[in-house]
Design a protein around this ligand. Structure first.
Ligand code: NDP
Length: 444
């Protein structure tokens, strides 16, 4: 493992994700010498293909702008590459490789035939006009189109890429290829999208949390919940918690967080929806409107005060490494007994250690947030069949998939001697499926 990690020294996020998986799957490797002989681990951490390209576009002032575009085609052993596109100034190769790597195991857990990939750009959509976002998306797709396709690689949304961006990307793909196909997921309903896709990651995370709570004869009803982020995942996680009788008291963005002790209601959620998805404003405006506490981000603190609020459950739904060791300790101190990750890798390794030592219910992102890609898989199925399923049908499938993922995690963790450890369970169950397919397909 040391040698493998040494090679990844310059890619810290990727190394962090790889280390976690390698630690979990060691008992599998110990029992299966073929894995070692076939160098499955060395192969699984090497992307099948990395595409990096220049994206050139013109802003509203007529200035030429240049961004970097990426697509990591990580593993196609069990299906076409599948995973989102992220548009955020922090995007780099290490972050996308970690996301693509996580995606491989997550997609395997969904029980659907999906390989793993991820992509994006260092383009910052914040403060850009619709016209600028459209021109950027068109320029991005004018290169990406030659590398993707409904049976090759099917991107979707992630941070900074929602329905608007998917629309512009799809439009350009269709024009260049002269074909209407299911090449992207997260499409609008009237041109090939699936009901429940926007809600799926957030809803799925809460369905997974409910399964975890059931193991302790508890439920989300009546529980006070902390949520970080106020984007796609955070919003729909909150909506589901409220529907199930829980109380959500926080939302955040990269500038700060709001705390509403009375809890967000359906009406208040409508305000957040309009603020974030239509007006694209800041969460501080919620505090101004409802007269609640707003705490701006203060990096000098060394911890995030959001995770220091009293609660029962916590749902990090913003970004990677947003819970450090101090935050994890604060969560435990304040009575949190469940953490389910809507975001990808939001907890640093030392934080995960603290959760595991304290035996709280801890659902890692690759299991807890797999509902999004699962419904993307269902969107692909509907596109292939040229059919649209009802809301109830998709929601029922999503619930079944989250239940199955939970069961797979529980069974794998138990089989390999760490019952109740969802980190090991998710990594082992996902790895075994991909490794078996790689063995079947020979040395390629
Ligand atoms: P959105 O862009 O819709 O929302 C992201 C939210 O997180 C915003 O509130 C944003 O605030 C905040 N945020 C982003 N970066 C930072 C940062 N560096 N520090 C603090 N806050 C930040 O993205 P999604 O909701 O789609 O994604 C959220 C997380 O969920 C990501 O980790 C993503 O990979 C993961 N995920 C998403 C899936 C999906 O289906 N969309 C599927 C599975 C996982 P601001 O507006 O200020 O930037």
């Amino acid at each position: 493992m040391k040698e493998i990690l040494k090679k990844l020294e310059n890619e810290p996020e990727f190394a962090q994700a790889v280390r976690e998986v390698l630690e979990s799957i060691q008992p599998v490797i110990d029992r299966d010498p073929e894995c070692k002989h076939l160098k499955i681990i060395e192969r699984i951490i090497e992307p099948e293909r990395v595409i990096i390209f220049r994206v050139t576009w013109v802003d509203d002032q007529g200035n030429v702008q240049i961004n970097r575009g990426f697509r990591i085609q990580m593993n196609s052993a069990i299906g076409p590459y599948k995973g989102g596109l992220r548009f955020h100034p922090s995007v780099n190769l290490s972050i996308l490789k970690f996301l693509a790597f996580e995606q491989v195991f997550k997609n395997a857990l969904t029980t659907l035939p999906l390989g793993g990939g991820k992509g994006g750009s260092d383009f910052n959509p914040k403060g850009k006009s619709d016209g600028e976002v459209m021109r950027f998306c068109q320029a991005f797709m004018s290169e990406l189109f030659r590398h993707i396709g409904p049976n090759t690689d099917v991107p979707a949304g992630d941070i900074g890429v929602g329905g608007r961006e998917i629309g512009y990307l799809f439009g350009m793909y269709k024009k260049l290829r002269n074909e209407f196909s299911g090449v992207l997921t997260g499409k609008a309903l009237n041109w090939g999208g699936s009901l429940i896709r926007p809600e799926a990651t957030g809803y799925g995370c809460i369905y997974f949390a409910e399964e975890m709570l059931k193991t302790r004869k508890k439920s989300i009803k009546g529980k006070t919940c902390l949520i970080s982020g106020s984007g796609n995942v955070a919003f729909f996680a909150a909506e589901k918690i409220i529907e199930l009788g829980g109380k959500v008291v926080t939302f955040s963005d990269s500038s700060g967080y709001v705390y509403d002790g009375d809890g967000f209601t359906k009406e208040k959620l409508e305000f957040v929806k309009n603020l974030k998805f239509v007006r694209r404003g800041r969460i501080s405006e919620y505090a101004e409107k409802y007269g609640v506490k707003y705490t701006p981000v203060d990096p000098s603190l060394g911890y995030n005060p959001l995770w220091n609020e009293k609660a029962d459950c916590a749902f990090p739904c913003a970004t990677q490494n947003e819970i450090n060791a101090k935050d994890a300790a604060n969560l435990i101190k304040n009575g949190v007994f469940l953490v389910a990750e809507g975001a990808n890798m939001p907890t640093v390794p030392e934080g995960i250690e603290i959760f595991l030592e304290n035996k709280i219910l801890y659902g890692p992102g690759k299991a807890a947030n797999a509902g999004g890609v699962a419904v993307s898989g269902l969107e692909m199925t509907q596109n292939s069949m040229r059919l649209n399923w009802s809301r109830e049908q998709v929601d029922k499938e999503l619930q079944r998939i989250m239940r199955d993922i939970h069961t797979a995690c529980i069974n794998a963790a138990k089989e390999y001697g760490t019952p109740g450890n969802y980190v090991n369970g998710a990594n082992i169950a996902g790895f075994k499926k991909v490794a078996d397919a790689m063995k079947d397909q020979g040395i390629i």
